[in-house]
Design a protein around this ligand. Sequence first.
Ligand code: UD1
Ligand code: PEP
Length: 508
Amino acid sequence: MTTTDLDQIGGLIRSARKHRGLTQTQLAEVLGTSQSAVHRIEAGNQNLSLEMVNRIAAALDAPLISVGQAAPQHLRVQGGVKLNGSIDVRSSKNAAVALLCASLLNRGRTVIRGIARIEEVNRILEVLTSIGVRATWLNGGADLELSRPDDLDLDGMDVEAARRTRSVIMFLGPLLHSYPDFALPYAGGCDLGARTIEPHLQVLRRFGLDVVPTEGFYRCSVDDSVEPTRPITLTERGDTVTENALLAAALSPGVTVIRNASPNYMVQDLCVFLTRLGVEIDGIGTTTLQVHGVAEIDVDVEFAPSEDPIEAMSLLTAAIVTGSELTIRRVPIEFLEIELAVLEEMGLEFTLGTEYVAANAHTRLVDLTVKPSVLHAPIDKIHPMPFPGLNIDNLPFFAVIAATAEGKTVIHDWVYENRAIYLTELNRLGARVQLLDPHRIIVEGPTRWRGTQVVCPPALRPAVCILLGMLGARGESVLRDVYVINRGYEDLAHRLNMLGADIEVFRD
Ligand SMILES: CC(=O)N[C@H]1[C@@H](OP(=O)(O)OP(=O)(O)OC[C@H]2O[C@@H](n3ccc(=O)[nH]c3=O)[C@H](O)[C@@H]2O)O[C@H](CO)[C@@H](O)[C@@H]1O
Ligand SMILES: C=C(OP(=O)(O)O)C(=O)O
């Protein structure tokens, strides 16, 4: 094993041990070794046999490495159990993927502190390392160091990994400054129906990028004499399209004005990161961004992306569906205000602590305590809007919440073609969700949740909603093939178990 492998495995062992709530000494006892040996293993300073890795994996009940394709992971939930205590919100998937792509702009060393350890990050990392980026886990796997070579090996790209994530389209912005011709595989990700990349191409055309879709690949060519000469107005206020525009503008000397920009959380994180790279940006958090591009970025930078509002919403829903009092710490409140206002109207009782600042020195955080409450359906339909509106990724959780509330709630997802449809799977757990059309559901509550077996739908948030329904259902449920959940949540089952849930992770 290489030093990097040892370092990575050490990091995985450390985080799995912490998630089990074990000290190094306790783990050492189970393994029949010393605390100092566990310390060396976690620091990546100890050679490990496969036999030892397997023993540690068994002791921690965590698959640490897998050879070949790992068998699908499933969850067995004993539901109807109240949760209690407090839990920290982890950093977001969506900022993580933007920052990973943004690291390509930097010739210096990029350290991303506290990056979410999720499958989506793993896929982008596989793509980055396949093209020559050096990635090293630091501090027991908590932080990630990236450094790119001068020349990327684009032909060596791990196409299979690239196709499993949509975020790879954010390579376009960084790459167009270095390569006159390149190819990128078609973007994948959750199956939420057709998701256009046309707005990305409209923006990047202004930087000289021409894209021809061919069999499975976007063939890209760049005319480097083309720079935006007037403000760029996005036709959609999308998150990743705004990020692609920022990534292209960062290395485009002069001022690029982006109008109808998304001011959403991941975009704000990316903006703050770019300013740390020396790219001045006016208007962060607004819909007009002015980017003062630079000719070259060569900075050793450290950055900690902020906490995930969607994870905060998921945990809040876990408290509601189990009727529990739960404190959710480190909630990025700017991105949950409308959700909380709607929930307050539905009768949710909660308290908010004093605000403090996230490690990115920008995002406002609070600790939120959710109290057991009797909820009723809201009078008006619930629908998402680009930020500052109710977040589209938080909308599915309202189906679970509406199912616990008295009365009928209309939920209107105008954004995605398929996502509302998957929410009808909640009916298998006893909910009454009726599909009015592909974009609208009506949910009638309250629900007597009952345990059952469900295969995860191919969409992250609906899959988590089903898991949350299972937490509320008395008896045993099984959720099969949870890759899609692991795509966006770090060790969710074990973290819920720390709050008193009873979820077993297993493979066939
Ligand atoms: C990695 C990442 O950050 N992913 C997020 C990002 O994806 P991403 O930015 O890729 O989202 P898309 O560009 O696919 O937009 C989502 C859908 O909304 C539509 N649309 C969007 C904006 C708009 O003003 N009008 C409009 O119609 C798009 O056509 C598309 O159908 O934003 C989505 C919408 O917030 C979130 O669900 C994703 O979690
Ligand atoms: C739709 C989502 O993400 P992605 O853009 O990664 O598919 C999501 O996070 O729910």
